[in-house]
Design a protein around this ligand. Structure first.
Ligand code: BMA
Length: 340
């Protein structure tokens, strides 16, 4: 049992769930698909582009229904004119598998200097790694870097800061954090997107009042006058939770938080909200999913009129969208990092 329980959580009143939610699910995919979620989204050459995680090939029960068990993962791609209705391409666009690598997943997209960068997690025989690949056509990908294990949830900033590529990441130390999931959000930068250094702690799990387990980056940051505005995911455990979704006993809840990072020194939290931005409430977030009560943002787009679209995986099963005005999101960030 964690030291303390979090209790009920509500989403902020500044976000609106899109009436078309889920905006992408297995039914939209023209190849084998079961769980379509945790997508990265960007605007590139006049189109919205989504790359999404697709988990498929689950064992079936006697009625042909998917059951929990060994399965596979690939990354699919779709284009859109409005960010809501998607033209899903006939084949997946990224699938890393070898003796060493079992899958790549949880892609996040960033457009930087006219090219598209995709951060992704990789399960390997020797631990979880974070990778960054670059493309201009979503077909040929150049893998630029892979972290040492265990690390994932990497997101790249959309501009270099002081001439360096910048990223947020979530290494997961176990020995030194009491053999528990006490995981935090880190920053590093790089001259070439290959060699990374200047590692700095950004946000500790103890800084987030709605987490009692672990936190990590969510969607790549967007630039505002006030700072880099960015979401993060926060996890709380309650051992009283039991059967939940397909899982026999899923005791975690994933919410999304929001913070503003300094424009020049992006490892510094200028201000943050001490309340969740999105907490699981809608039926597609709380019921009938693979793992219910999971909100996992992977894409954030700032439109010219100030609307922010936040794309998130819901219940590890479908992809959803909330919108908010950028000024309202900035206003939510009203507390210093260390205030309880
Ligand atoms: C994390 C990752 C995410 C997933 C989340 C909730 O550890 O595996 O891909 O959405 O758990 O299951």
């Amino acid at each position: 049992m964690p030291d303390f329980l979090i209790g009920d959580l509500k989403s902020s009143s500044v976000i609106k769930r899109h009436p078309s939610n889920p905006i992408l699910s297995d039914k939209d995919i023209p190849y084998e698909a079961a769980l379509v979620f945790n997508a990265g989204v960007c605007k590139y050459q006049g189109k919205y582009v989504v790359v999404f995680r697709n988990d498929y090939g689950f064992p079936k029960d006697e009625n042909g229904k998917n059951t929990i068990g060994r399965h596979r993962t690939n990354i699919g791609i779709a284009y859109s004119d409005d960010g809501i209705n998607w033209d899903v391409q006939p084949n997946p666009c990224f699938d890393l598998r070898s003796e060493e690598i079992s899958r790549a997943y949880d892609p996040r997209l960033t457009v930087l200097d006219g090219q598209v960068y995709m951060c992704f997690a990789v399960d390997t025989a020797h631990g979880v790694r974070g990778g960054i690949a670059r493309t201009t056509d979503f077909d040929k990908w150049e893998i630029l870097t892979m972290t040492a294990p265990d690390n994932r949830n990497m997101v790249l900033f959309p501009e270099k800061v002081n001439g360096k590529y910048c990223r947020l990441e979530r290494p997961f130390p176990v020995y030194s954090r009491g053999h528990k999931d006490r995981f935090d959000t880190w920053f590093s930068d790089s001259p070439d997107c290959c060699y990374w250094g200047n590692c700095q702690l950004v946000l500790g799990v103890e800084d987030v009042p709605f987490a009692n387990d672990k936190i990590g980056p969510a969607a790549p940051p967007i630039k505002t006058k006030e700072g880099w505005l960015t979401t993060f995911h926060a996890v709380d455990i309650d051992d009283n939770r039991g059967k939940n979704g397909w899982e026999n006993a899923w005791k975690k809840r994933y919410t999304a938080g929001i913070m503003l990072l300094d424009l020049e020194e992006p490892w510094k939290v200028k201000a943050m909200s001490k309340e969740p931005l999105i907490a699981p409430e809608a039926e597609y977030e709380t019921d009938n999913g693979f793992r219910n009560d999971v909100i996992f943002p992977g894409g954030m787009i700032l439109e010219d009129d100030g609307e922010v679209k936040i794309y998130y995986g819901a219940a590890d099963t479908v992809e959803c969208l909330v919108t908010a005005h950028v000024d309202d999101l900035i206003k939510l960030c009203d507390k210093p990092r260390f205030e309880k």
